[in-house]
Design a protein around this ligand. Structure first.
Ligand code: PEP
Ligand code: MN
Length: 453
């Protein structure tokens, strides 16, 4: 562990508070300014969740991915909830990511950077401020860090105390993640164990046979006297959309080594499609952080937007600094992505490009569920690889919404989840997630695409 000490009191840092003078999209309307000020002061005193030294290592890993020497696997819930921050659920998500990482590492012979949308993914941008049910209109659910999902006036009121609960839930989630990934659970010799407890299906069966092959290879290497210390633990990073300034600003601290601001709310933070206005508060704030940062790019993104975002967020063109997370939608990616990657390539820049095959592929089913077709998700991933291959650029990772639990939220996959099944096992409070077997299936597809690269 790096010993960097991060100052507890951020003080006033040149420019860091400039965001407060700019338009900030998607912020809560807290009813009580005094309470909010108390919460912000308390958050500012809390220990950092992540450390500057870890963040710097991640930046170097992402730089390798941007060069095609590693691959980023980023995944987790659309919205984490306080209720689901249980040991079982967190373990299932970590296991699913570890399994996917094994499939990718083995299939592509490439290091995989494991990153959860976890330990901070508690705030959601919404397309509408309100929600109406049976004639009653209340504020929309904006994630557990802001308000409750229950459809009552009390629950939907924005409550700044929830920011503190988001911090503490992130801390306990991260504590468990660190225990799992450093305490022996992630030992590659446990590759079979990670599949235990999941239901039988073709993707799991395929995983089992791959795990057997890995086992055999490990036993062979052990017989040859290989040293397996490197297999015992794994690096695991956490990330979330940096949406709420009332959480992100108090969690930003000055690194005593360098005097620069780091977000200590997560190793990697990203700006969403709805908050990436060039002259808006989010881009200004993120431009001042030392963390590696991501920006979502939807189908309406112009070449000039992308070039301007690079100039604002990564003027030095620092390796690993900037990740573009494209979420075009399966029908559009082959038309919209080429111009962007070509322009960035021709500008001589090498950000990390990853695909989010979820957010451009939303549908509403006839029986009223927000869903996504697994085939569309797969098709967007294929399109992403095709576009990068044609442009001679690097398809460096994947960003997905998944859960380790046996839910039915996305349609299709080898279990053939249909609209009717959604009625039985739909749990997400926000966007639909791939379940365990759909996640594994996707990993096999990506491994094949990577092996061809
Ligand atoms: C998300 O990642 O959950 C999200 C809201 O994405 P986007 O900003 O791409 O719409
Ligand atoms: Mn989402």
């Amino acid at each position: 562990m790096n010993e960097t000490v991060v100052a507890a009191n951020p003080g006033v840092i040149a420019g860091l508070d400039n965001y407060a003078t700019l338009a900030a999209a998607q912020q809560p309307t807290w009813p009580d300014a005094g309470k909010l000020a108390e919460v912000r002061a308390e958050l500012a005193k809390m220990p950092p969740l992540v450390f500057a030294g870890e963040v710097d290592i991640l930046r170097s890993r992402l730089a390798a991915a941007a060069e095609g020497k590693a691959f980023l696997l980023q995944g987790g819930d659309c919205a984490e909830t306080f209720a689901d921050a249980t040991a079982d659920r967190i373990r299932n998500r970590v296991k699913t990511l570890l399994q996917m990482a094994v499939v990718l590492t083995y299939g592509a012979s490439m290091p995989v950077i494991k990153m959860g949308r976890m330990a901070g993914q508690f705030a959601k941008p919404r397309s509408s401020n309100d929600e109406t049910r049976d004639g009653l209109t209340l504020p929309a659910y904006r994630g557990d860090a802001v308000n409750g999902y229950d459809f009552t006036a009390a629950s939907r009121e924005h409550n700044p105390e929830r920011l503190l609960k988001a911090y503490h839930t992130s801390a306990s989630t991260l504590n468990l993640i660190r225990a799992f990934t450093q305490g022996g659970f992630a030992d590659l010799r446990s590759v079979h164990e990670w599949n235990r407890g999941f239901t039988d299906n073709p993707a799991n069966a395929r995983y089992e046979s791959l795990a057997k092959e890995i086992d055999r290879a490990i036993k062979f290497m052990a017989a040859c006297g290989a040293d397996f210390d490197a297999l015992k633990t794994t690096e695991f990073y956490v990330s979330h959309e940096a949406l709420l300034f009332d959480y992100e600003r108090p969690m930003t601290r000055i690194d005593s080594r360098t005097g620069t601001p780091y977000s200590t709310s997560g190793h990697f933070v990203w700006v969403g499609e709805r908050t990436r206005q060039l002259d808006g508060a989010h881009i200004d704030f993120m431009s001042r952080l030392r963390n590696p940062i991501g920006v979502k790019l939807g189908p309406s993104t112009s070449v000039s937007d992308v070039l301007a975002l690079m100039d604002k967020l990564d003027p030095q063109r620092e390796p690993g600094r900037l990740t573009f997370i494209t979420r075009m939608g399966a029908p559009k990616i082959r038309e919209t992505l080429p111009a962007l990657v070509e322009a960035v390539r021709d500008a001589g820049a090498k950000p990390l490009w990853i695909t989010d095959p979820m957010h451009g592929n939303g549908i509403t089913t006839k029986n009223g569920y927000k869903s996504r077709r697994f085939d569309d998700v797969m098709d967007e991933v294929r399109g992403f690889f095709e576009v990068h291959r044609a442009a001679g650029t690097i398809p460096g990772g994947i960003h997905i919404e998944l859960t380790g639990d046996d839910v039915a939220e996305c349609l299709g996959g080898s279990e053939h989840i249909d609209e009717k099944t959604l009625e039985e096992r739909y749990e997400s409070l926000c966007d639909p997630r791939l379940n365990h077997s759909q996640s594994l299936e996707l990993a096999f597809l990506v491994a094949e695409a990577l092996a061809e690269r």
